[in-house]
Design a protein around this ligand. Structure first.
Ligand code: LLP
Length: 439
C-alpha cells in the first residue's frame, strides 16, 4: 500500500517514506546520477514563472517580466522560460552569452551591472540587447561611444529603502555601491546629463531594493519613492516610460518562513503602483519586474550522501556530506538557514540533532548548524530543500571539488540540465609557466 503526504516546501511529496520531486524518487536519482546532485523541478519553476506573467496581465496594462539570470544561469533555463514570453536580466558577458545560447531573444534582455567592461558593452551592443541599465557615468560614456545606433537605457537609482533582509543582500542602503542616490540629488543630475549624449535614449529608472524580502511594505516604500522621483523628472520635462522595480521576492527555506506568493507580490505591487501614479497624476510606466530566486528557488533540492559522523561529547554531532561551501556558499556568506530530509525516510520522526558539515577545509563550512533528523547512518541520502537559486550559480571549485551536475526532473523523468564536471575540466585551462627557465 502506498503511503503519500506533502512536504511544506516546493512541490515535494513523500511516497512510501521516500522524498519525491518532479515525480521522481530522490533515492533513485541519487543512485543513478551520484551525489552531490542538484535536482531541478521543471514544472514547479515554469508554473511560478507563468504566474508572474498571468497575474500582471490581469492587473497592469504594460509590463515585462525579466528572469534574473544570476539566480540560476545555464542554457536550459532560458530555453524553458523563453516560450512564456519572459525576458532576462543579465549582469555579465557570460550571462548574456548563456542567455543568447539558450534562445533568449536579445530584444528581451536587460543588461544590469555596476561595472560593465568595454568588452561586455561591445558584446551587448553587437548582440542588440533591449536595454542597458546604466549604473555609472563611465558606463554611459562607453555605451554612447561604442553604440552605432542609439541604445535604450534605464538609469539605476537608489531610492534608499532599508528592506528587512540580510545586510549583504540589501541593495539600497545609503552607502550602497548600486545606483545613483535620489535623496542627495545625484540621480536627477545624472539623468539630466543623459540628454547630452547622442547615442543613448533615456527610457526610465530602475531599482532593486534587496533579496529574500517578505513584507510588501518594503516594495510599497520603493514605489512611493520611485513615483515621487518620476514626478520630479516630469517637472523637468523628462518622460519616464519604464519603471524597473527589480526582484527580491522571498521564498520558503525553513518552516518559519512566510513568503507571499508571486501572485500576492505582483498583485500588491502592481495595484499599489497604479494607485500611486493615479494619485500623482503621472503616466503609468511600463512595469518591469525581475524575479530570480522566487522562480527557481523552491524548484531545487540538493542530494548528498552522508559520510563521516562524529560526536563531540556533550557538544554536538557532526554529520558530514559530500558537498559543502563549494556548491552552497550561502550559509557561510549570509548565515542562510535550510531544512533537510533523509531521502528514504522523509516522514520519519526527527529524533536526533546534527550539524551538517561540508567537506571543505574550513571550520565555517557548515551547511546546517543544528537540525533535527532521524538517526543518520553513513550512506544515507540527505536532501537539502530550496536550493534552486544562488546555488549552482554561486558554486566554485574551491578545494578543487567538482561543481555538481544539475538534473532536471519532470513527470517522473530525469535528464541532465548541466552535466557533471570532470577532473579534466578543472585542469583544462591550467598551464605550467616558464618551463624553459625553471628546470
Ligand atoms: N534584479 C536585480 C537588479 C538584482 O540585483 C537582483 C538580485 C535581482 C533582480 C533578483 O533578485 P531575487 O528575485 O533573486 O531576489 N546571492 C544572494 C542574492 C543576491 C541577489 C542579488 N541581486 C543570495 O544567495 O541570497
Amino acid at each position: 500500500m502506498k503511503n503519500s503526504c506533502k512536504i511544506g516546501i516546493g512541490d515535494l511529496s513523500v511516497t512510501d517514506h521516500k522524498l519525491i520531486i518532479g515525480g521522481c524518487d530522490s533515492t533513485e536519482l541519487a543512485a543513478k546520477y551520484g551525489t552531490p546532485l542538484y535536482v531541478f523541478d521543471v514544472r514547479r519553476a515554469l508554473r511560478t514563472a507563468k504566474s508572474y506573467v498571468d497575474v500582471l496581465r490581469h492587473v497592469y496594462p504594460d509590463f515585462t517580466v525579466c528572469y534574473a539570470s544570476k539566480a540560476f544561469g545555464c542554457v536550459g533555463i532560458y530555453s524553458l522560460l523563453e516560450p512564456l514570453g519572459i525576458g532576462a536580466d543579465v549582469v555579465s558577458g557570460g550571462e548574456l552569452y548563456t542567455a543568447l545560447k539558450g534562445g533568449m531573444p536579445a530584444e528581451r534582455i536587460y543588461f544590469h551591472g555596476n561595472n560593465k567592461s568595454r568588452d561586455e558593452i561591445e558584446y551587448a551592443v553587437e548582440s542588440g540587447v533591449e536595454c542597458f541599465v546604466v549604473d555609472s557615468e563611465r558606463e554611459l560614456e562607453l555605451v554612447n561611444e561604442i553604440a552605432a545606433k542609439p541604445q535604450n537605457i534605464l538609469v539605476r537609482v537608489n531610492p534608499g529603502v532599508e528592506a528587512h533582509t540580510h545586510r549583504f543582500i540589501q541593495t539600497t542602503t545609503p552607502d550602497s555601491k548600486f545606483g545613483f542616490s535620489i535623496a542627495d540629488g545625484t540621480a536627477e543630475q545624472f539623468i539630466k546629463s543623459v540628454a547630452t549624449y547622442k547615442n543613448v535614449v533615456f527610457k526610465g529608472i530602475a531599482c532593486h531594493i534587496g533579496s529574500q524580502i517578505f513584507e510588501k511594505q518594503s516594495f510599497e516604500i520603493a514605489i512611493d519613492k520611485m513615483t515621487d522621483f518620476i514626478v520630479e523628472l516630469n517637472a523637468l520635462g523628462i518622460a519616464v516610460e519604464r519603471l524597473d522595480l527589480g526582484g527580491g521576492f522571498g521564498i520558503k527555506y525553513v518552516e518559519e518562513d512566510r513568503p507571499l506568493t508571486p501572485e500576492e507580490y505582483m498583485q500588491n505591487s502592481a495595484s499599489y503602483l497604479l494607485s500611486s501614479v493615479k494619485a500623482k497624476n503621472i503616466v503609468a510606466p511600463r512595469l518591469i519586474v525581475e524575479p530570480g530566486r522566487s522562480i527557481v528557488g523552491e524548484a531545487g533540492i540538493t542530494l548528498y550522501t552522508i559520510g563521516a559522523i562524529k560526536t563531540i561529547k556533550n557538544i554536538k554531532t557532526y554529520a558530514a556530506v559530500d558537498g559543502g561551501m563549494f556548491e552552497n556558499p550561502r550559509p557561510s556568506l549570509y548565515d542562510a538557514q535550510y531544512t533537510a530530509v533523509v531521502a528514504d525516510r522523509a516522514d520519519a520522526e526527527r529524533t536526533h540533532t546534527y550539524s551538517i558539515a561540508g567537506k571543505c577545509c574550513e571550520s565555517g563550512d557548515i551547511l546546517i548548524d543544528g537540525i533535527k533528523l532521524p538517526n543518520l547512518h553513513c550512506g544515507d541520502i540527505l536532501a537539502v530543500l530550496s536550493t534552486g537559486a544562488y546555488h549552482y550559480s554561486m558554486a566554485s571549485n574551491y578545494n578543487r571539488n567538482l561543481i555538481p551536475p544539475v538534473v532536471a526532473v519532470m513527470d517522473g523523468k530525469s535528464d541532465y540540465m548541466v552535466k557533471p564536471q570532470t577532473y579534466e575540466d578543472i585542469t583544462r585551462n591550467d598551464c605550467v609557466p616558464f618551463t624553459e627557465v625553471v628546470k
